[in-house]
Structures are given as C-alpha cells and as structure tokens.
Design a protein. Structure first.
Length: 67
C-alpha cells in the first residue's frame, strides 16, 4: 500500500509539471517511457531465456577459477 501511495504522489507532481511543460518536452517524456518499457520487455525476455540454459554447479565454477 505504501508503494501505491508513493506512486500516486509522484503522479500528482508529474501531472502538475506536465501541465506547464512545452510540447517537445512532453514528446521527450513519451519517448523515455517507451524506451523504459522496451528495456523492461528485453530484460524479461533475457531472464526467461537464461532460465532455460543449463546450470553449472558452484563447485565446478570454483574449481575452474582456482578457489
């Protein structure tokens, strides 16, 4: 619930600032949000792909690096 309240506060502040922003600034904000969403999708895809890769036992890794 604390996260929701914080997000609502941030959205109020952002909305107030956006009301005063120039049009090109708004376009920049949209672009940044799109980039973030694309990066999030790429991160999720990379995580899903990594889950399917074979795992190397920790003991083998330590042996290979000389620990």
């Amino acid at each position: 619930m604390e996260t929701t309240t914080r997000k609502q506060q941030l959205l109020k502040i952002i909305y107030a600032k956006l009301e005063q922003a120039y049009e090109d600034t708004l376009e920049d904000v949209i672009e940044l949000l799109d980039i973030r969403q694309k990066e999030d999708k790429e991160d999720i895809q990379a995580f899903e792909e990594a889950k399917n890769e074979p795992r190397i036992p920790w003991e083998e890794v330590k042996r290979e690096i000389g620990l």
